[in-house]
Design a protein around this ligand. Structure first.
Ligand code: ADP
Ligand code: LRH
Length: 488
């Protein structure tokens, strides 16, 4: 028996989808009604998101979802990016992509006013140029920030367009580096120190809060009707994904693996010590006030960008065939540090990988299959090192790794990750983020209770694959020692 039906809008950095979720006693069903690609839009020297197109896709998806008579909808997306609205509620500029190069000098600029130690003490965040703080500092040089009235993170921007309401969902706010991890509020003092306008900040919303009801024209266009409610979910996609990790034991770690790979633990409170800062580990908010203690690693962006480049050169092999060939390549030929900033936005990813190999004295892969083997082994190596760091710094034992997101469909990466980490990997669900979105909506409407209950439902209803470590720890340790000069 189905107790709750809702629509989930899940926008990833490489694709978006609208799904309909059905939740009942021992039941969790997901029907994808709309899927569309997403990618950075390149202007002369800047990178943007096409938010107008994404909004149209959201409306199309909601119209398709309407025939399932959902009771609510929720939106999540990738983190850190935002739109700035002017006095009339118009976008001041087209929202930038976090890989936009304008933040090049932002870290240094902030450092002149706030030490790295102080910044970590307040925000608990990994220092990455993509963070909202660094983007906003860079905006100052190009935009009249004084003309901006509100800063809305991507899911909050779409909620504003759908409902007219203004708010800032807290799990996503926690990724901005403008959030005080100890007070649970925007970091007003930090912003004043950096001379950033605090009037831009919107009131905080928690997952489960009602965000608003559809504006009349949206209600009509989607067929959802007036009074249809938009529910606040964990609007940071990674927070939604972690909410739906099918863990049935306490000692689990997760890897949310899509365009980015987020590797970490769920904790009751942040870890803010100097060692944690030096290891560049982040403390983001999860549902129920939990801490997502994780490191943001480069993820399948490397593979996506290789495939895009090879396609431009006329190569047409399917991804599964390429992965099969990569699986047959010899192991540990070339291992690189995938978190090198050189991989953030290169024009030509295969060339960037070849360059990194040459630089590190590793053999340069000469075929696509060899390149893919190199990058997947290197990603698994990043998983290994990150898992070890978070477990050590949080003083936790890890008995199982749940790998969720699009990467869970990559059996080679799952097996390499199990081997590299030396613990079993349970892969799936692929759509953990959409499921987390759905579960939080259902819970907000009185279906489901504790976090463990959400996870148990996912574990019992979704297809999962198990990968046991092959026991080749010595080979991984030897490969890792070749990276000794790397970042961690
Ligand atoms: P995001 O949310 O960041 O857009 P996803 O979680 O949708 O990312 O994951 C996208 C990634 O999943 C792709 O880059 C691709 O590497 C991987 N993927 C998707 N489908 C498959 C498949 N059939 N086999 C192997 N990998 C896949
Ligand atoms: C994953 C993600 C990640 C962020 C990045 C910008 O989609 O939200 O958690 O750091 O995108």
């Amino acid at each position: 028996e189905i107790d709750y039906t809702c629509a989930a809008i899940d926008l990833g950095a490489s694709s978006g989808r609208v799904v309909v979720g059905k939740v009942g006693d021992g039941e969790l069903g997901l029907t994808e009604v709309h899927r569309f690609p997403n990618a950075p839009v390149s202007r002369t020297s800047s990178l943007h998101w096409d938010v107008s197109r994404l909004y149209r896709e959201i409306l199309d998806g909601l119209r398709k979802a309407a025939s399932y008579t959902p009771s609510s909808a929720g939106i999540d997306s990738w983190a850190v990016d935002y739109g700035l609205l002017d006095d009339c509620g118009r976008l001041l500029a087209e929202p930038r992509h976090h890989r936009d190069p304008r933040t090049r000098d932002s870290i240094e600029e902030v450092r002149e006013h706030v030490s790295d130690q102080e910044l970590y003490r307040v925000t608990g965040l990994q220092q990455l140029p993509i963070n909202t703080l660094y983007q906003l500092v860079a905006d100052r040089a190009e935009l009249r920030l004084d003309d901006a009235r509100k800063l809305l993170l991507i899911p909050d921007l779409f909620i504003h367009w759908l409902t007219g309401e203004v708010g800032a969902e807290i799990t996503n706010v926690s990724t901005t580096q403008l959030y005080d991890v100890s007070t649970g509020d925007w970091a007003h003092d930090l912003m004043r120190t950096l001379d950033l306008p605090t009037h831009l900040l919107a009131p905080l919303r928690e997952p489960g809060d009602q965000a608003g009801t559809l504006r009349a024209d949206v209600a009509e266009r989607t067929g959802l009707g007036s009074g249809f409610s938009v529910t606040t979910v964990a609007s940071h996609d990674t927070a939604s994904a972690v909410a739906a990790v099918p863990a049935t034991r306490e000692d689990f770690a997760y890897i949310s693996c899509g365009t980015w790979s987020l590797v970490g633990l769920e904790l009751d409170s942040p870890v803010l010590g100097e060692q944690s800062r030096a290891a560049n580990i982040t403390n983001e908010r999860g549902i129920d006030g939990t801490t997502r203690y994780l490191r943001n690693t480069m993820g399948l962006w490397l593979l996506q960008e290789c495939v895009r480049t090879w396609h431009q050169h006329g190569w047409t092999e399917r991804l599964d065939a390429l992965l099969d060939r990569a699986a047959r390549e010899p192991a540990f030929t070339s291992v690189i540090d995938t978190d090198d900033p050189a991989f953030l936005t290169p024009q030509d990813m295969p060339a960037a990988i070849a360059n990194a190999c040459a630089h590190a004295g590793e053999p340069v892969p000469s075929t696509p299959a060899a390149t893919v083997r190199c990058l997947l082994e290197s990603l698994a190596m990043a998983h290994r090192r990150t898992l070890r760091d978070v477990a050590r710094l949080a003083d936790r034992h890890v008995g199982v790794v749940h790998l969720v997101g699009g990467g869970s469909r990559n059996a080679l990466l799952c097996q390499l990750t199990a081997d590299a980490c030396g613990v079993p990997v349970i892969a799936g669900p692929t759509e953990a983020t959409a499921l987390g979105n759905i579960l939080v909506q259902a819970r907000a409407h009185g279906v489901l209770g504790e976090r463990a209950e959400l996870r148990k439902l996912v574990a019992e209803t979704q297809p999962l694959r198990h990968f046991e470590p092959s026991g080749n720890e010595r080979a991984w340790a030897a490969a890792e020692s070749r990276l000794a000069g790397g970042r961690y």
